[in-house]
Each structure stands twice: as C-alpha cells, then as structure tokens.
Design a protein around this ligand. Structure first.
Ligand code: BG6
Length: 522
C-alpha cells in the first residue's frame, strides 16, 4: 500500500442504493483500489444507505466477498484497514423522516474519521427515486457549501457534491426535469453526471492521441476520413435487468447509444479545445452533439436499426433468446441491439457518417472506434474499396486489449507486386507495463478532486436525448413492423449490415472470442 495522497481533502462518501449490484461490482472495489494505491486520504469513509436490513459488519462481509471477486489486487490484510472505513445505514432514502437519523450518523462518522463537512453523495438507485432523494438532501440542509456564493472564507471551503448514475432520464423532458431538480439544490459545479465510458483509459487517451500529436489532426476531417464506426458489443445478455431492459425506459438505444456511444463520438469529432480545462473540453463536445443531425421521420428506417437476439451460441455454449430472459415479457419489442447513422453538420465532418452500434449477446465482447480513411486518389496498385487494396484504418480498442492499431498496405516480400494489409500495433498494457485503471476508480477520484472534465454537462445529456428521441418515438409507434432478430453470438440483424453496405462499406467485425493478433486484422 502506498502512502495516501496528501493533497486531496478527505470526505465521506454516502452511497444511496448501497445494497445494489453497482456498489458491490464497481464502487467499493474501485474505492478499495484507490485506497491500496494511496490515491485517496486514508480517512475517506463510506456510508452505504439502502432499505435492506444489514449491520455494518454484514455490509463489510458482503463487500469483502465482492472486492475479492472484482479487484485483482485484493489482499485480506489490507482489506481489514479499508473495511474499518465502511459503514451502513438501513434506511429508505426516499423517506423524508429518515433524514435526521441519516444526518446524525453522517456527523458521527465524520467526527470519528476526520472527514470534516466534505460529502460526496452517490445516487445508485432506480431513477424514479432520484428526485425524492435530491429534495430530501436539500430540505434537510445537507448542503452547507453547495452554492459557491455562500463561501465566506474560500480557503476553508468544504464541499458537498453529488454523482448521478445513468439512466439520466428516459427522454428529453425527464432529463431536463432531473437537471432542474438538481439545480434547485446543488450548484452545477457540484453535480457529477457520470458516464463510466469517459473513465475508460483509452477513451481518455483519445484526447492525447488527437491533440498531443501533430500527425493525426491534419487528416482528421472529411477530406481524408471516409467514415467512423463506434462499436460496443457485449456477449452477456440482459442478466438480472430483464424487466428494466424490456420496459419503456430500457433498450439498447437508451442504455448504450444515447449515453455512452454518442459521448465517445463527440470525443472523436470535437474540435481542439482551447485548454484542457473541463469547461473548454465540454464546450467542444457539446458543439458536436449540437451539430448532430436530427433525423426526420422519413430518414429513420434508413438510418436506424434495431434487433432482438434469439437463441444461439457464444464461444460454443448455447444461450437462450431475449424473450426467455427473466423479467422479459413474451411480447417484448425492446431492442437488445441498436445501430444509428449520425451525420455531423459541421465544416469538418460534412458528409462523413458516424455509425454507432451496440448489442447484447453478440459474437465478441469488444468496444472499439474505427476511423476508416478514403482510398488513395489514384489507384496505382489496383482499386481501393472493393478492389485488392483496403482503405487505411485506425482502430482504437477501448476494451479489451486496450490500444491503437493502424492498418495500412504493405508489399508482400518476394518477386512481383503483391500487396497486403499490415498493422502497426500500440498495445496499452505491453507498452506501459500496466493495467488500465477501472473507469469508476478514475471517476470517483476525479469527483473527490472536483474535476468535472470526464463528467457530462446538462446540455450534453439533453442534446443526446434529442438525437435519439425521434428514433425511439418511431419505434414505439411502428409496432406492426416485424422486429428484426439475430441469433445470439452473431453481429446483429442483417439490416445493420445493409446500413453500411448501401454505401459500399462494412462493419469491422473482429473474429469471435479469440484474442486479436495484428496479422489477423481483416
Ligand atoms: C452500462 C449499461 O451503462 O454499460 C449496461 O447499462 C452495459 O447494459 C454496460 O452492460 C457496459 O459497460 P462495459 O464497461 O462493460 O462496456
């Protein structure tokens, strides 16, 4: 264990919804990793709040099992010192009457651990409970310094911040409503709208790749780029979330495209920011989202594809279909797969399609960004697309095998001019001899530091909803159309291939469930 970070003020982290899956799988393992790595002050404490009856010790035991499972650096001895900072309160956070008890418990922990008045609230609840909790925090005056202008002595300013999990609303109106509810209690600089994709190392590396190198930016435009693909494919099904996923607020378009993929697209397409300050970066990503063309009703069937998996097999194992998942009604029309073509109406991107796709139960777990370049203007060695030569590609692997791969054409050694695609490969782990940090660890630490760079602005969220809303409305209305399906373990419904094939393009589908090696890149 390293010595703790001296420059970071300790705080009390209050997790609402602490008996849930996210706390066990991501939040506590990430906090444990931060503790072991010495990234946060040792006084930092956690109070889990949920309705489930549990003592502090029950909570610690449950979290120990979770951390042993999810944190590769688990060590029983270190766990004991970390566990002392974990506390639990069985209470319904939506019930106003519970707050005096909550406040009293928070004060006791703060005193015992020396966290002062710094509090990081974490909303890890079902979204319908967000508003009552925010209102309760406000009405019980738990925000002593949330409003910047309240500070008398800015040097001694304590803080109270809130991290809000997705789903952030289920359409434009509900997202705007939630933003207003937050704004009534918290200053915007204290609101951290989390998107764990932004905490992924390779997504952050996009900024470095684009703006710390002179060679990519000049070709990063419609002049040289043919199209961009952003894929987030999963082999898992809906797991325990069948009923949420199949509900009117679920489906892949809301769950993945509206949130994570549009955000990744914005980082690929943004203009260079004036500085690396959060407000400058977020100003540029917001501009991209504002420039994304909103589809008219006539364009939707050509530019958006949905699908639902039926029984199939993944890595040789049979898996059942979406409708057989627990909690999914037999007549569900929720999409477990969605693809969307987005056009960004700016000087830089005019005419360059961004294809976004995400699905459950696909052939391989992979998240990647593919930037495909135009063919050479004059085909000295044969035709470009469709001919013997492939277009140049930059593939940014977000996960797994984090790295960046440049595909270009090379001469096969020997007599005659035979050309083949070859790959220059930057492998993140091999190069830096380090595993990327868990996204939640990065983001929790940033919130403790008050750095909003990797969190979303309210306008970005509302605009992302505006982009997908016409598609969602169209799908909700067109219930008579047959719903496209795809067998589990494939790359989605045929309509998704047609989306690209119409323009003579194709998805980059890495080979299913085998480690990628540079020479096998198609
Ligand atoms: C979440 C979605 O935001 O991201 C899940 O709600 C999805 O449905 C998950 O499984 C994927 O995250 P990752 O980090 O595994 O790509």
């Amino acid at each position: 264990m390293k010595p703790p970070n001296e420059n970071l003020a300790p705080c009390l982290i209050v997790i609402f919804g602490a008996s849930g899956d996210l706390t066990a799988r991501k939040l506590i393992p990430s906090l444990y990793d931060l503790f072991v790595g010495g990234f946060m002050p040792a006084q930092t404490s956690v109070l889990g709040v949920a309705r489930t009856a549990m003592s502090d010790d029950d909570f610690r035991t449950r979290m120990k099992d979770a951390v042993a499972k999810h944190s590769p650096g688990f060590d029983a001895k270190t766990w004991d010192s970390f566990a002392a900072s974990l506390h639990y309160l069985a209470a319904d956070p939506t019930a106003e009457a519970e707050y005096p008890r909550l406040k009293e418990r928070m004060a006791r922990i703060a005193k015992a651990h020396g966290t002062g008045e710094n509090v990081l609230f974490y909303l890890s609840l079902a979204p319908q409970f967000y508003e009552p909790v925010i209102v309760n925090i406000g009405s019980h005056q738990m925000i002593t310094e949330g409003k910047a202008w309240c500070s008398i002595n800015r040097q001694e300013r304590s803080w109270q911040r809130i991290i809000v999990e997705k789903p952030f609303g289920h359409d434009v109106e509900s997202a705007a409503y939630l933003n207003r509810a937050l704004g009534r209690v918290f200053e915007d600089e204290s609101v951290f709208r989390i998107d764990h994709y932004l905490g992924k190392e390779t997504v952050q590396n996009l900024l470095v790749f684009r703006f710390a190198n002179a060679i990519f930016e000049p070709i990063w435009s419609r002049q040289y780029i043919d199209h961009v693909q952003v894929t987030a494919a999963e082999t898992v099904g809906v797991e325990s979330r069948g009923s949420y996923y199949a509900s009117d607020s679920g489906g892949a378009m809301r769950d993945m495209i509206q949130s994570h993929l549009l955000q990744v697209m914005a980082l690929v397409a943004m203009e260079p920011p004036v500085t690396m300050r959060a407000e400058d970066i977020r100003a540029e990503t917001t501009k991209v989202l504002n420039a994304a063309r909103i589809l008219s009703e006539d364009e939707i069937s050509a530019c958006a594809v949905r699908g639902q998996y039926v029984a199939g097999s993944i890595a040789g194992q049979p898996v059942s279909g979406f409708k057989d998942e627990k909690g999914v009604p037999a007549d569900s029309r929720a999409e477990s797969y969605a693809a969307l073509q987005v056009m960004i109406d700016t000087w830089r991107w005019n005419g360059v399609p961004f294809y976004l796709r995400s699905g459950k139960r696909m052939a391989k777990k992979t998240t990647e960004i593919v930037v495909e370049f135009k063919p050479t203007p004059h085909g000295l060695f044969g035709k470009g697309r469709g001919g013997p030569m492939a277009n140049n590609q930059i593939v940014i692997n977000v996960q797994p095998n984090e790295g960046i791969r440049l595909r270009f054409e090379g001469k096969v050694p020997g007599i005659g001019m035979k050309i083949r695609s070859v790959v220059m490969d930057f492998d993140y782990c091999r190069q830096f001899q380090a595993q990327p940090m868990e996204a939640y660890a990065t983001l929790l630490l940033d919130a403790m530091r008050g750095d909003q760079t990797l969190f979303k602005q309210r306008q970005e969220i509302e605009q992302s909803w505006r982009i997908v809303q016409p598609v969602l409305a169209y799908w909700a209305e067109h219930t008579q159309e047959p719903l496209p399906v795809y067998p589990a373990g494939t790359w989605g419904p045929p309509a998704a291939d047609i989306l690209l094939a119409r323009e003579g393009r194709q998805w980059r589908n890495p080979p299913p469930e085998v480690p990628e090696s540079p020479v096998t890149l198609p």
